[in-house]
Design a protein around this ligand. Structure first.
Ligand SMILES: O=C(O)C(=O)C[C@H](O)[C@H](O)CO
Length: 305
């Protein structure tokens, strides 16, 4: 049984000093795929994306292989390029991003993907994961084709997991709200951040989020509340909430991929059949390790927990 992750990977640039940049590869869904695999090297993790014919795309593809991801479903678009993003950090290691990704290969994935072929393989995928960023980079037609594909995979028995990962730079708020709600409608496992919901829907508290999600048919709801910790709810047991308090990292170097690594560890735990408390604890531990190192993907020699 495997995990299928759908989205975009890019060139990641980060400044070493005023004249030097480090180049690696990252993107929210890719980060999740990598950390799920690192948590359990036995787990088959499929990464579904598109890559171009430029030199960066080819190097990126090599990196996907090195991370032991299964890329059989990926689409090659020789006329397109890979996207690029840059990480800027403040004095507390809080990150912000700049993007050069319009028209990237991944943004056109759904125009070229053989969705029937993916549906035929559905029995392999226990969980299918995508994010608000996966939707944000696509045209409306691409977004609808993606949601149709996800719905078909759900009908075939795959569990659907979704993280809204709202990035205001990538789309307007109204579009983001509409499409993220459509994604919630078909998701079994939802991993929202309170901050995303504050920006998108004006929700100010955990209680407001719970009220909002009470109308969706979610089997696992994991709400990340920053310094208030994380809360996990399992369908039918909304009264027996699991709460894991926030424990700060020894040092916070770069918060890039904190949420993505959390998702990777959590989904790995879900596939392994862990309890809600164990999944949340593992996910928090992994995210805490990731923020202590620069960039989205930390050196593989570093033990995650
Ligand atoms: O912001 C994006 O679109 C990215 O995917 C880049 C980062 O790796 C990601 O946001 C980290 O969560």
């Amino acid at each position: 049984m495997s995990l299928l992750v759908i989205g975009e990977c890019m060139v990641e640039l980060r400044e070493v000093d005023e004249t030097m940049l480090v180049k690696t590869f990252a993107g929210d869904t890719y980060n999740t795929a990598v950390y799920a695999k690192r948590c359990n090297p036995e787990l088959e993790v499929h990464y579904l994306s598109a890559y171009g014919g430029d030199a960066f795309s080819l190097a990126m593809n090599k990196q996907w292989q090195q991370q032991q991801l299964n890329t059989d479903l990926c689409v090659y678009l020789p006329e397109r390029n890979t996207g690029i993003y840059n990480i800027s950090l403040d004095a507390y290691g809080e990150r912000s991003f700049s993007y050069w990704r319009k028209g990237s290969a991944a943004s056109e994935l759904m125009q070229y993907l053989d969705t029937k072929m993916v549906i035929e393989k559905s029995s392999q995928f226990k969980i299918v994961f995508f994010t608000g960023i996966t939707l944000a980079i696509m045209s409306d037609k691409g977004r609808q084709t993606l949601l149709d594909l996800i719905s078909s995979l759900k009908q075939k028995g795959c569990k659907i997991a979704f993280d809204p990962n709202y990035r205001a730079l990538l789309w307007n708020k109204q579009d983001a709200r509409n499409w993220i709600q459509k994604a919630y409608d078909i998701s079994d496992i939802i991993l929202p951040g309170l901050d995303d919901h504050q920006s998108l829907f004006g929700h100010q508290s955990l209680a407001e989020l719970l009220e909002y999600f009470s109308t969706f048919n979610v089997s696992e709801l994991v709400i990340k509340c920053g310094e208030l910790g994380v809360y996990g709810y399992t369908k039918g047991t909304h009264a027996t909430v699991e709460h894991v308090p926030f424990v700060p990292a020894k040092v916070q170097v770069d918060t890039t991929a904190a949420g993505d690594s959390f998702a990777g560890a959590y989904l790995n735990g879900a596939i392994e059949g862990m309890s809600m408390n164990d999944k949340l604890t593992l996910a928090c531990d992994v995210a805490r390790m990731v923020v202590q190192h620069p960039g989205a993907i930390i050196d593989e020699k570093i033990e995650l927990v």
